[in-house]
Design a protein around this ligand. Structure first.
Ligand SMILES: [Zn+2]
Length: 1013
């Protein structure tokens, strides 16, 4: 249904062409006077024309809908992923989206024509509608009434509703929200007003046609000249003179359009939409960031492609057909200019307009940076980024020209262009993901100050070349069918085409383009299909489902636990390669002998295992399970060493630029890469729809107090790792750094766990700048990209405050070192390991506190992650629903306390922000809200409701008693092995500290949905 809504946006182009031509036809055909002589009032003439144009465009779009419906039934589509045919959704989309959206477009066009008597301004009308649509979609994060109302196509209102739907509902009819209907009503009223305005203007100016006609008499002074198409009439002048002519045409055309009022309006609109994006989208995942060049480019890329495509589509028709429409063609074509020079000139002119538009976006962003305190503007990055944004648009422009030539007249050309634009969107909605089949598209472009474009640059470049060749070939092919001059009938076109295709040069050109196309296509195929998986997500799901199908029965089979980990990690970031040599010490903590080891490995890696006294081994490479039968069983209490070697290599580029953890500068690899012991239930699929698609029963959460929430094959481990990386980078891992050295041009560092830690670790490597200090005996180190120095001191301050305050509240920090490290913004999250915290570049290191009374994110995020050293690492919850109350809720609560004690942010502002975040999260809810004591996946419960509930408890108990109760609970489980605490244990402890009159209140916030009053 959302796809159909999107279709009605592209349909604007169709509305323009039908309504526009309907209304202007008689002016163009010089029959206005004739019509007027018949005595038909201009108003009723207008109504008839308007209605005809509207109905025609509606009909065209509905035909597309029917095509979609037919496409939906196609047997090759995977049936269970699409579900049954959603007839009611199609009906709803037509009635509530397509028909009114088209009416709005038609009314806009009619009004712009009625008031300007020219087709030229329709482009301004359409672009302003698209800009309004984009702006409505960006104005505010989350659900905002204003943003929902601003979009004339109800896109935002749809998205706000869609957030609440389940996947099945998305494809079927759903009760639509009040905001949605309000939006529809409002824009229907606006459309009606516009249409009425146009009607009134037509009716009240009976001589409007004459005036317009008088205006254009100068153009029509040239009488139509009969023109017989023939290639021979074009004098052939080869070589450089043709290039000069093409250049001359390009300059003349470009100058003519670029200085026109309609184009200037478009430039202003593009600057406007970029400015709005920059003003309202200053944050990433809710954190305001510094206006760095790559964030600017990200906003430009989000803001301009849709309106610029519409502008390019309009001017392609203008360039190809204007001369003929104004009866100048015969005259112009009489000049000795070859078809090639003529077309090359027009293409260059259109690409020139595109350059102006993209540069407008870039200039707006640079202006924005200059107005805000940005130190370094990066011109080279702007050039690269602008090129990557402009290339797909340029390909679209070339294809739009081809469509105009193919169609032979402007309106049919617009229809073909709209179809071409809609094709990849429609195919993508039908599940086609391969960019090799989606015209003009490329994998998403990623950029990080640390690691640059990564593999996404090679991907985008290859696809741009691939589709660029298609665009040029289309243009060459279409120009063979094109007759310049006034007459244009099918027979003479085909006659001409036959002549032209005998032209050896054109054929040679087409052939060589085909060769480039084939070579580029093969290169891309090699990268996206052979070197990499084209559908990595689906493949991973299939593997996970197979894993669960085949091995879940083994979940209760006793297995030894990992008690010691000893690793040698060889990172090669520049080659995107890693090799880990490791030894696990496996201890039989059960009461019976174990004769078979079940080892789960990541099937995308290359992993080999070696065990002393192995009798036989069976390997399931698809599911990633290796079973080792031992000659002598491991007796209870005894241990065994298992050695392994895991290698992982990333090659080439992928179809979706999803490769983001092993990168040139800023690698972040966690131990999910390495083998785990026993059946690993954390590999199970959790999404209900995906599970049922793979024939799995509904997900059942594990409820097991014998292992911690992060790993089911270990309690606390001792850890030792030597990490090596490229010579210009620094290797990092959790634990205390024993030594660091350089050998053979590589950097080495050795890390050892100071105290037994969770079986959860990570390897990082980057070119950081390290800031080092100590606080009360604890070494503090911050590893930041040299370009992001701004927040390092805030992060250090938060760590110092945390050492003091958390130490006092929950007991002393157990380690002698704490490190914070930055990784690239390809991924946005923060995570706490033993003595090591890692953030995304987009979160803590580039965030910018532009409002002094607002939340200081670097401080707050550090406070939250540092609190996990107590709530998550010292106290470890059991693997059971509700575990996140003891980790996320407590970390969030602790961070609020720390900010409240040390910062100027008011407690009320903090609590208001938590309440907002809870409400926003809840608004997008498809399933029932999870109760806090059983929370699993719902972040808004685990973080925000949890923090508010604990604040409520603190208010009831009073701060000193609350702190004492929490400290006692933590000390009871501090660094203990199984049984690990459950959420219930914690809630019981909190409740016990309160008088019985408050018990019901604690039960209410822990077990019911909604916030404490
Ligand atoms: Zn957290």
């Amino acid at each position: 249904m959302i796809a159909l809504g999107g279709l009605s946006i592209i349909g604007q182009l169709v509305a323009v062409m039908f309504v526009g031509t309907s209304l202007l036809r008689d002016d163009r055909a010089r029959t206005v006077e004739l019509i007027q002589m018949t005595g038909v009032p201009r108003a009723s003439y207008f109504s008839a024309r308007f209605a005809a144009g509207y109905l025609l465009s509606l009909f065209t779009l509905l035909a597309t809908v029917v095509a979609l419906v037919v496409g939906y039934q196609m047997p090759w589509l995977p049936a269970n992923s699409l579900g049954p045919m959603p007839w009611s959704a199609f009906a709803m989309a037509t009635g509530a989206l397509i028909a009114p959206n088209l009416f709005f477009g038609a009314a806009m066009v009619a009004a712009s024509i009625a008031f300007t008597r020219s087709m030229k301004y329709t482009v301004v009308a359409v672009v302003s509608v698209l800009v309004l649509h984009n702006v409505g979609n960006t104005m505010t994060h989350g659900a905002s009434m204003l943003s929902a109302m601003l979009d004339p196509f109800a896109g935002q209102a749809m998205i706000q509703m869609a957030d609440k739907w389940t996947a099945d509902q998305l494809n079927s009819a759903i009760p639509l929200s009040g905001t949605f209907w309000l939006n529809r009503l409002f824009w229907l009223a606006v459309s009606t007003a516009l249409a009425w305005g146009a009607y009134w203007r037509f009716g009240s100016l009976p001589d409007a046609g004459k005036a317009a006609h008088a205006n254009s008499t100068t153009e029509s002074a040239v009488p139509p000249i009969a023109h017989t198409p023939s290639v021979i009439t074009v004098p052939r002048v080869g070589g450089w003179s043709e290039v000069i002519k093409a250049w001359h045409i390009a300059r003349t055309e470009f100058a003519q359009y670029v200085s026109g009022v309609p184009f200037l309006c478009c430039v202003v609109l593009i600057a406007g939409v970029v400015a709005v994006y920059l003003l309202f989208e200053r944050s990433i995942e809710g954190t305001p960031v510094y206006p760095l060049t790559h964030f600017m480019l990200r906003q430009i890329e989000a803001a301009i492609p849709l309106p610029i495509s519409a502008i390019l589509a309009f001017y392609s028709g203008e360039m190809i057909h204007r001369e003929r429409e104004e009866r100048l063609a015969s005259l112009v074509d009489a000049y000795p200019v070859s078809e090639g020079a003529w077309l090359a000139g027009k293409t260059l002119a259109l690409l020139g307009l595109l350059t102006v538009l993209v540069d407008t976006g870039v200039m707006t962003a640079i202006g924005f940076q200059l107005l805000r305190d940005v130190t370094a503007i990066e011109p080279a990055l702007y050039v690269q980024g602008a090129l990557l944004i402009a290339l797909p648009l340029g390909i679209f422009a070339v294809a739009a020209l081809a469509m105009q030539l193919l169609a032979g007249n402007r309106m049919a050309g617009y229809a073909l262009t709209a179809l071409l634009g809609a094709l990849p969107i429609g195919l993508a909605k039908l599940g086609v993901q391969d960019h090799l089949a989606l015209f003009g598209t490329t994998p998403p472009i990623r950029y990080s100050d640390m690691s640059g474009f990564g593999s996404s640059l090679a991907a985008a470049g290859s696809f741009d070349l691939y589709w660029g060749v298609v665009g040029v070939a289309l243009l060459l092919f279409a120009s063979a069918l094109h007759i310049r001059g006034d007459s244009d009938d099918a027979r003479s076109r085909w006659a001409l085409a036959r002549v032209t295709f005998r032209n050896r040069r054109r054929c040679a050109w087409l052939a060589s383009l085909m060769v480039v196309f084939a070579v580029t296509g093969a290169w891309i195929f090699y990268n996206t299909h052979l070197l990499n998986d084209i559908h990595p997500e689906e493949s991973a799901q299939t593997r996970q489902a197979t894993y669960e199908h085949n091995y879940r029965s083994l979940i209760k089979v006793p297995q030894p636990r990992v008690t010691d980990v000893n690793l040698s990690v060889d990172l090669h970031p520049s080659e995107r390669r890693v090799c880990v040599d490791g030894i696990y010490l496996l201890t039989n903590e059960s009461s019976q002998p174990i004769d078979t080891l079940i080892v789960s490995v990541d099937p995308t890696t290359n992993t080999t295992l070696h065990v002393m006294g192995m009798r036989s081994m069976s390997t399931d490479t698809m599911a990633g399970v290796i079973q080792i039968h031992l000659a002598a069983p491991i007796a209870p209490g005894q241990s065994l060493r298992m050695a392994f070697e895991t290698t992982d290599e990333r090659q080439g580029f992928t179809n979706n630029s999803e490769d983001d953890d092993l990168v040139a500068d800023g690698t972040f690899l966690d131990n999910r890469l390495l083998p785990s012991i026993g059946y690993n239930h954390m590999r199970e699929l959790t999404n209900a729809r995906v599970r049922s698609a793979h024939g799995l029963p509904p997900y059942i959460a594990v409820m097991d107090a014998t292992h911690p929430y992060v790993s089911d094959d270990a309690g606390r481990i001792t850890f030792h790792a030597v990490v090596a990386t490229d010579g210009d980078q620094t290797p990092l891992a959790p634990g205390r750094q024993v030594r660091a050295w350089r050998k053979d041009g590589r950097s080495y560092a050795e890390y050892v766990s100071e105290r037994p830690m969770l079986n959860l670790y990570v390897f990082l490597s980057a070119r950081w700048q390290v800031t080092r200090t100590t606080w009360k005996g604890v070494v503090i180190e911050v590893y930041a990209d040299p370009k992001h120095p701004w927040n390092v001191n805030r992060i250090i301050t938060a760590l110092k405050d945390g050492l003091d305050a958390y130490g006092k509240a929950y007991g002393p920090y157990p380690l002698s070192e704490i490190r914070v490290a930055e990784f690239p913004s390809y991924r946005v999250f923060a995570q706490s390991f033993a003595g090591l915290i890692a953030y995304s570049e987009a979160l803590g290191f580039t965030s910018h506190r532009d409002d002094p009374s607002g939340i200081d994110y670097p401080y707050f995020i550090t406070a939250h992650e540092f609190a996990h050293q107590w709530w998550g690492h010292l106290l470890v919850p059991a693997d059971a629903p509700g575990a996140r109350l003891l980790t996320e809720s407590m970390a969030q609560f602790s961070a609020i306390q720390l900010v409240d004690q040390h910062e100027h942010t008011s407690l009320n502002a903090l609590l208001a922000s938590e309440r907002d975040a809870y409400q926003t999260g809840k608004q997008g809810l498809a399933e029932p809200e999870e109760p806090l004591d059983e929370v699993q996946r719902q972040d808004f419960v685990a973080y925000h409701k949890g923090a508010l509930a604990l604040m409520d408890y603190q208010r009831l108990a009073g701060a000193p008693l609350a702190e004492q109760t929490m400290r006692q609970f933590l000390i009871q489980y501090r660094e203990k092995e199984a049984p690990y605490p459950l959420a219930r244990d914690f809630i019981d402890a909190l409740r016990a500290s309160l008088p019985s009159s408050d018990h019901a209140r604690v039960e209410a916030w822990s077990h019911r949905s909604g916030l404490p009053e």
